[in-house]
Design a protein around this ligand. Sequence first.
Ligand code: S3P
Length: 442
Amino acid sequence: MPHYIIQPAGRAGGDLRVPGDKSISHRALMLGSVAEGTTEVRGFLESEDCLATMQAMRAMGVRIEQPLPGELRVHGVGLRGLRQAGHALDLGNSGTAMRLMTGLLSGQAFGSELIGDASLMKRPMERVAVPLRLMGARIDTDQGHPPVRIGGGAALQGIHYTMPVASAQVKSAILLAGLYARGATTLIEPGITRDHTERMLQSFGCPVEAAHGEVRLAPVERLVGRSLEVPGDFSSAAFFMVAGSIAGGTGLTLRGVGVNPTRTGLLDILALMGADLRLVNHRSAGAEPVADIEVRPARLRGIHVPEALVPLAIDEFPALFIAAACAQGETRVTGAGELRVKESDRIAVMAEGLAALGVACEVLPEGIRIQGRAAAASDQAAVFSGGTIDSHGDHRIAMSFAVAGLRANAAIRIADVANVATSFPDFPAIARAAGLNLQAVS
Ligand code: S3P
């Protein structure tokens, strides 16, 4: 099985560029496919998750060209131009692809079936099925899990829906179904979540209003294809924000990172912990804000992470837990039960890995307490022992423990890393460029 061996290395540095944003790449494919005209995409993330979405759109009759690496030309078929795939759509490891696609396909004239890998087949799907059924969709799950079967020809109605979980995937699934509904759709969010769908719908000509935790979409006759640039993925950059903060060296710079405020909770959390992160060179990539992020080593201190920041940093907790282990004092995370239903149970799997590397932690029902191991006197002393980590097939767990190698006193072996390719195929090369001593063994 593919694994990583990370030898201790104490310094991180470099001028780095991470690949395109996964969430935005999925959305560019889906909206480009049902828009009219051509959508040109630059900076597309060619990872397994996004390629699964691309395959699915092609299977439903969309012509998608890849003129150069990271570039797409999506020949949109219009809102009613998709046609039935001759087989179940396999969305691999991607919860985003499956949930958003469930919304998009609820309003089609034909039926669909969605499947995925062993991890995706265990993930909860009723969170999208319930509101979509309220809209009139016909959806079956297997006791809440995939396969998701969507009946064709349903007449959808707009709804007014209070979401029980703060989830951009649920919000986006409902908005995409709302494109096919009679009347407006209004959602009330219990917390702020990423708003890439709203921004992209706007730029494709569909008005979406968002204010005070309420999002409202009024359906339009057509979406209009356009050119768009995908910024660097903040969630991929996060590993290097932590690396640059916990390691010695002069610091590192991350270029062209998406800094949509609904994604950057980690910046606020690390700042509360005493990190030295600076955003410079602000610009925009179409509807999304972009900046370079400068990271310098810092002495971190443990904190109680404010619960309001949890949905704004939802994918960054595995990396944050590594920073917490390198801080002085305890870090406590609460109100983060959603971490248990990601690609793995990220609370349990991170706790198991931290313990394997000698870090004391206590699992809470919806969070964790981590005892930071930084010694007051020494900035860059080792805090992790060597050991073996089982990533449980979770890409972000694998990459987070790779970063721990910067503060380890012996080799860390990370098993089951193939799924890093779902979000960040170039991770080993970029990690080495940043100073990690990482060997990828296939
Ligand atoms: C995503 C939303 C989040 C996030 C996932 C990507 C998206 O999931 O964890 O990696 O692209 O909408 P939830 O909506 O389940 O929180």
